[in-house]
Design a binder for this molecule. Structure first.
Ligand SMILES: Nc1ncnc2c1ncn2[C@@H]1O[C@H](COP(=O)(O)OP(=O)(O)OP(=O)(O)O)[C@@H](O)[C@H]1O
Ligand SMILES: [Mg+2]
Length: 296
């Protein structure tokens, strides 16, 4: 499947099976892929940005190159470099130039997936800009390399992540199709946890997701937890016989207390809020006193 061709139905079905919900966003992204437009997926921590980009990129029948942003990822590492011994032997040429991931994706008409692009130094982002709209890259001694048809870029970015990150320039947004994702609702979260764990314990999965939703909607929290927390809690608790407050609470605190953050106006600690949430949610299931994990 090359640029400006329709994504086949079986590929769409495959993508929709691996990503729960997100139909509007995925359809938008697929349209952008069909038109060869760069995509930036933006959203808070744990909202499935990397998963969506990974599934989309790997479902298309093209070379797929992934890089993860960090401050050591210079534009040279991204574009490529000359191999010194080879240059001494044969001089500067295409043969002595080692392509970096961006050049590789461009030369082969592949997908360039840049995860957490705001962790890159700004000079690296500038190098990516011309590749985005003009679809060409300039290599010293070699000149310009034009991308083959099919070349496409997908980026992810969490604007709330402010440690070791750089703000993205307007010129970057100007070249991209922007897809925003937020936390999913209870039903979709339950389906995600079922897909991502091998647990068939419906009750544990439901309670784990209810805890996350309660943190996301809590008036005293400025930041709630994520579906990752629900997945982790199911993994930690699935071998237990029962779901009792006593055995669950330690794990809830271990999983969620550093993912959530209290508002400065709150008098409670994160652990106290989690304790209240767990006790309220479990009280909805109280008729069993001790909740058996498997219906017996
Ligand atoms: N809609 C979804 N369908 C299937 N799995 C999902 C979905 N959303 C999230 N997940 C799963 O939730 C977990 C977190 O998702 P992911 O790593 O993609 O989040 P992220 O937005 O990239 O987070 P971060 O900002 O921390 O990088 C992963 O295990 C992922 O497989
Ligand atoms: Mg990610």
């Amino acid at each position: 499947m090359l640029e400006k061709e329709k994504v086949p139905k079986d590929v769409l079905d495959h993508i929709f099976k691996l990503i729960i919900g997100r139909r509007t966003e995925l359809k938008l992204m697929i349209r952008a892929v069909e038109k060869g437009l760069p995509i930036i997926i933006e959203g808070p921590v744990g909202t499935g940005k990397t998963e969506m980009a990974k599934v989309l990129a790997s479902s298309l029948d093209r070379l797929f190159v992934r890089v993860d942003g960090d401050d050591s990822l210079t534009s040279i590492k991204l574009k490529g470099w000359y191999d010194p011994p080879l240059v001494l032997e044969r001089g500067f040429s295409r043969e002595t130039f080692i392509s970096g991931p961006l050049t590789q994706a461009m030369e082969e008409g592949g997908i360039f997936f840049y995860n957490e692009v705001n962790r890159a130094p700004s000079e690296t982002i500038n190098a990516v800009l011309t590749a985005l709209d003009e679809k060409l890259i300039t290599i010293p001694q070699l000149g310009e390399i034009q991308a083959k048809p099919g070349f496409l870029s997908i980026f992810t970015y969490n604007p709330q992540d402010t440690v070791a990150t750089n703000p993205l320039p307007m010129a970057f947004y100007d070249r991209c199709i922007w897809v925003y994702v937020s936390h999913q609702n209870l039903e979709e979260m339950i389906d995600i946890v079922k897909l991502r764990t091998d647990s068939d314990d419906e009750l544990l999965i439901k309670i784990s997701c209810e805890i996350v939703q309660a943190t996301l909607n809590h008036p005293e929290l400025e930041m709630g937890s994520t579906v990752r927390g629900a997945i982790q809690l199911v993994e930690l608790h699935k071998s237990e016989e029962t779901i009792e407050e006593e055995s669950l609470l330690d794990k809830v605190i271990a999983v969620h207390s550093r993912k959530i953050r209290c508002k400065t106006t709150s008098k409670k600690t994160e652990s106290e809020i989690l304790e209240e949430i767990v006790s309220k949610i479990l009280s909805n299931y109280e008729e069993d006193k001790i909740i058996r994990k498997k219906e017996q």
